[in-house]
Design a protein around this ligand. Structure first.
Ligand SMILES: [Mg+2]
Length: 372
């Protein structure tokens, strides 16, 4: 089997564009994956086009060799654009390889460890502005079956916060905790906003709400900043969604920068790299909490790599149901109404898409064939 092409489809996903990558072969089998990278769509499309030239004619089942070679041969390697494209190539190769054998990808990665995976909700607060709005949205989300809620309450905060602003921003958090009780898990997202002293102040401010973790308190490019925050934070610290490749995770784990590590398969290097990072995390007894704010193919792929025995909830997609209904992405998102991800069915990454032709955004300028 040889790779004949690697092309892309861009889909409007209400808050961003999803980028799907399709790997086609001379035997008619296709593999699909996702290369969504908010705000960098044009750059990712270019990076995938470069990879397409590099892998044409290669055997798609020789995943390790191919990824090693295309990475080695790229003098300028790494970074979010290149790694997102590379991750999509890797996951599409897993998909087509597993389909060729008629098995789910997880069967090739050590097999599944559990039958269901908990999912926490994100995007559940859409449209909420007041503490009462957040409380109501939280109650409705919990009523759907979710047992965890994540959100960023910090508005447009940049590096620092006035004490009165922090107090105001924590009012919705208090309202949500009050509304849902102590048994619902809250995850507070920082989106890398804060400098070190502000992050420590915020961590101390949210301690009263007993969050599972405070995610990305500082920008992602300083492990020393995270170590400093974690050393003084009364709540657990999570990070890793903007770290790419094992070489960024090794020092973070070795230096105890995080309580939870959050690689994103769509950017960290794909499924094998995420499995390696999962093993590294397990060796440090650091909980592995895969990140994924992207679309259904990223969710499906992430579920295939769940080989860490330590169960941890992974994200239900932002607005999945709305976007999937809009664009007729059938086979439903792999989040059931109980707030858990059921066993991924079928072959490959267990997800097929039936994209309508009119779902493409103007960014798309390639094939008009449907992904199947
Ligand atoms: Mg995040």
């Amino acid at each position: 089997m040889k790779i004949t092409n690697l092309d892309t489809v861009v889909v409007d996903f209400y808050r961003t564009n999803l980028i799907f990558v399709r790997l086609t072969t001379d035997e008619g089998l296709t593999g699909i994956a996702e290369a969504t990278l908010e705000g960098q769509e044009q750059a990712v499309l270019g990076a995938v086009a470069v990879l397409a030239e590099a892998v044409r004619g290669k055997d798609p089942t020789r995943i390790t060799q191919t990824i090693y070679e295309v990475n080695r041969d790229a003098y300028w390697r790494g970074g979010p654009v290149s790694m997102t494209a590379l991750s999509a190539l890797e996951m599409a190769m897993w998909d087509v390889s597993a389909r060729a054998l008629g098995v789910p990808v997880h069967r090739m990665l050590g097999g599944q460890v559990r039958d269901r995976v908990r999912a926490y909700a994100n995007g559940w607060f859409s449209g909420a502005t007041t503490p009462a709005d957040f409380a109501e949205a939280a109650i409705q989300t919990v009523a759907q079956g979710f047992r965890g809620l994540k959100w960023d309450p910090f508005e447009a905060a940049d590096l620092t916060l006035e004490p009165r602003d922090l107090r105001r921003m924590l009012e919705p958090v208090a309202a949500v905790r009050e509304a849902v009780g102590d048994d619902i898990e809250l995850f507070i997202e920082g989106h890398g906003r804060f400098d070190v002293p502000t992050a420590i102040r915020v961590a101390r401010g949210i301690e009263q709400f007993q969050p599972v973790f405070f995610e990305e308190p500082c920008p992602p490019d300083s492990i020393d900043a995270l170590i400093e925050v974690r050393s003084k934070s009364p709540v657990p610290i999570a990070a890793g969604e903007r770290w790419m490749g094992r070489n960024t995770f090794i020092p973070a784990l070795a230096r105890k920068a995080v309580d939870y590590v959050q690689p994103d398969a769509t950017h960290a290097g794909g499924l094998l790299e995420m499995s390696f990072i999962s093993t590294l995390a397990a060796a440090h007894y650091v909980p592995f909490a895969p990140h994924n704010p992207s679309g259904p193919l990223s969710t499906a792929a992430t579920l295939q790599a769940r080989r860490n025995p330590a169960e941890f909830p992974i994200p239900g997609n932002h607005g999945d149901r709305r976007a999937l209904a809009k664009w007729n992405l059938h086979r439903a998102p792999p989040t059931d109404c109980g707030g858990r991800h059921p066993d991924p069915p079928g072959r490959g990454t267990g997800h097929r898409t039936g994209l309508r032709r009119d779902c493409r955004t103007p960014l798309h300028a390639a094939s008009h064939a449907d992904l199947q």
